[in-house]
Ligand binder design. Structure first.
Ligand code: ADP
Ligand code: MG
Length: 650
């Protein structure tokens, strides 16, 4: 071995007047005090000193995990102060390989996955990096331990894994901070032997130790005390043997970064399964609520509109009671005479007054209580109601006070349960016999749930004479010949009735306005439901942010390890954002499925449900946006951590 202080060689690492100052209250602690030091390619340097003398601080500055407070540090002649965070990450990734006293392996992944990390950040393909990681573990005698987690390995094995990791990107400089400190003497000797081999291959080694025996393995020993170099045995410089370093490194670009980030996110979610599922639950419930609530709201709106529309849009309804008051059947204002007078208004096609009352019908031994309705012949026409069998009330029935009745489907079914043809049979209403002349076709339920087929219709005149008593009606329904003229006809109706009654003791409405009103009400309802659901989604999002913040704090060390092995701030940002996105994405998908499922279940219970893609897409994108938004702050926090600070975290 030749000893020469080479004037020809350029230093690989050059520190000049480096200080690192920690502010402790009003005190300024000089962890390093004006340290100047050159390290040449191919050296094996041991840095020795008491605990607290500043060795680790020096090592962190050399490895670009920390920045000096004063002085300049150059790597290969390049002043690191001028480098961006990404360029520093590049140095840590490709030039330096770290070996720590406490190994600093990721606990949640296997040995081989730990080893490959620097190559992940270098953008090397999965196949080639796994191949290399396995080969490295193989040469370090860990072939059969590749798929084990760090917790399943001994200290010496873990340290060898971390050495393999340091070699992954073929680092020129190996920085080892008390690598044998936590090992038994046999394992410690193995590690030192390895370091010597690496040195023999041409690598520059910087070894920190407080142990003389360990330092004895090095060519050059530098002693520091209280942040100052107190002794340096000098450069024993040897040109590194020429070595063809195979650098199959390339940056894989955003897509490969992203796919790595997604894989890492899934792995970390799996590692914290319980916590992840709780977070997921928040998003799932939020999204499911949005999807199902909007479907139910929309379903109810459509069914209300459909049933109002089925009544026809050219109807005008007159009910007793002054406008603004709730109409009540007991107000005695509208008479059949009003109805007759209204027939004279031009454009009115059909006038149909009606009177309702609950009464008990009897046929043989069957009693059935239903709504008995006094009508004019125009009623069936106005309601577009056809007959199942027989005929409807006729004009001559009305004029002759005929005791005839037309049954709705429900009433007919209940009075004639045995399936007897009701036509021609006599039923008793309030003990008055009425002949059944027809059965109406089924009409179904109103949006408010009442059965329209639960009815029995008699001529209005007969009803007044035999059943209802006083001569007033509950409703007058008019059908106009042209729906577009409905407003002017409505005005004419009002004017006529006011002149007959001398006051407005009635209300006039048309189906178009009812339709509008119902639509508005239902829309408000849908918006309300949607808002409640959106709030629950927001709460879910805050849950995600909370978890990500906890996760950043908890995983500072992981972040530090990743940065020390070459992760750029962008990689960390992407990783944490991706985790939030993956949570929200999975939560969104499961939520949409659950929302649809609960909608389907609600449907089987008779709730009207209308699914459309818009709410599902909306809710899913909201969940995704939530992930992006609420993941970003914690992710940025993580990416801005200083490597040395992150590494020091517990
Ligand atoms: P060594 O590795 O030689 O044991 P260090 O480099 O870790 O010593 O520490 C050198 C000095 O700097 C010690 O006095 C230590 O207390 C101080 N120090 C190290 N890190 C910090 C920090 N983050 N904040 C404040 N003081 C620190
Ligand atoms: Mg230390």
């Amino acid at each position: 071995m030749t000893t020469e202080t080479s004037d020809r060689a350029e230093p690989l690492l050059s520190l000049s007047e480096i200080s690192r100052i920690y502010e402790r209250g009003d005190n300024r602690v000089y962890a390093l005090d004006k340290v100047s030091l050159d390290i040449f390619p191919g050296e094996f340097v041991a840095i020795m000193g008491q605990s607290g003398s500043g060795k680790s601080t020096l090592m962190n500055i050399i490895g670009c995990l920390d920045r000096p407070s004063e002085g300049t540090y150059a790597v290969n002649g390049q002043d690191v102060a001028a480098l961006t965070r990404d360029e520093l990450a590049g140095l840590r990734r490709d030039t330096f390989g770290f070996i720590f006293q406490r190994y600093n392996l990721l606990e949640t992944v296997t040995a081989v996955e730990n080893v490959e990390i620097p190559a992940v950040y270098a953008g090397r393909s999965r196949r080639s990096r796994l191949e290399r990681a396995r080969a490295l573990l193989d040469t370090l005698g860990l072939a059969d331990r590749a798929e084990h987690r760090p917790s399943e390995l001994s200290g010496g094995q873990q340290q060898r894994v971390s050495i393999a990791r340091a070699l992954m990107n073929d680092a020129e400089v190996i920085l080892a901070d008390e690598p044998t400190g936590a090992l038994d003497s046999q394992s410690g000797d193995d590690v030192l032997t390895l370091l010597k081999q690496l040195h023999a291959q041409g690598r520059t080694i910087v070894l920190i130790t407080h142990d003389n025996d360990v330092a004895a393995h090095a060519e050059r020993v530098i002693r520091i005390a209280d942040g100052r170099i107190v002794d340096d045995t000098g450069v024993v410089h040897r040109w590194p043997p020429v070595q063809a370093v195979e650098r199959a490194l390339h940056t894989g670009g955003f897509m490969s970064d992203l796919s790595e980030a997604v894989k890492m996110a899934l792995r970390s979610l799996r590692a914290n399964l319980f916590r992840s599922s709780l977070t997921l639950l928040g998003i799932v419930i939020g999204v499911a609520a949005v999807v199902s609530m909007l479907a139910i709201g929309e379903g109810s709106r459509l069914s209300v509109l459909r049933s109002i529309e089925s009544m026809g849009t050219n109807l005008v309804m007159i009910r007793p009671g002054a406008p603004g008051l709730r109409s009540s059947g007991d107000i005695i204002t509208l008479t059949p005479g009003d109805a007759k007078a209204l027939q004279a208004i031009p454009g009115v096609e059909n006038v149909s007054p009606e009177r309702n009352s609950q009464m008990t019908l009897r046929y043989g031994s069957e009693d059935y209580r239903t709504r008995v309705q006094g009508v004019w012949p125009g009623y069936a026409l106005a309601r577009d109601w056809t007959m199942a069998t027989g005929g409807f009330v006729t004009q001559s029935d009305v004029t002759s006070y005929a005791p005839v009745v037309v049954l709705g489907q429900t009433a007919a079914r209940n009075l004639f349960p045995s399936g007897t043809d009701p036509i021609g049979k006599y039923v008793l209403i309030q003990n008055v016999p009425f002949e059944v002349i027809g059965v109406l076709s089924p009409k179904g339920a109103t949006p408010f749930g009442s059965d329209q087929d639960d009815v029995a219709m008699v001529p209005l005149s007969t009803g007044f004479m035999r059943l209802f008593g006083r001569q007033y009606v509950n409703t007058i329904m008019l059908k106009v010949d042209d729906a577009s003229k409905i407003d002017s006809i409505q005005t004419a109706i009002t004017r006529l009735l006011v002149s007959r009654h001398r006051t407005q003791d009635f209300q006039v409405r048309n189906t178009a306005s009812i339709l509008q009103m119902a639509n508005d009400t239902q829309q408000t309802m849908t918006v309300l439901l949607g808002t409640v659901a959106a709030i629950s989604l927001l709460v879910g999002g805050i849950g995600v942010m909370n978890i990500m913040l906890v996760s950043v704090t908890e995983r500072k060390r992981e972040i530090g390890i990743r940065m020390a092995t070459g992760a750029r701030p962008g990689n960390i940002l992407l990783q944490f954002n991706t985790e939030a996105l993956v949570i929200c994405g999975i939560g969104g998908l499961v939520g949409v499925a659950l929302g649809v499922l609960s909608g389907v279940v609600a449907k089987t219970f008779g709730v009207s449900v209308a699914f459309s893609t818009a709410p599902a897409v909306l809710a899913f994108s909201c969940a995704f946006a939530t992930g992006l938004l609420f993941g970003f702050l914690p992710a940025r926090q993580a990416s801005r951590l200083d490597p040395v600070v992150a590494l020091a975290a517990e």
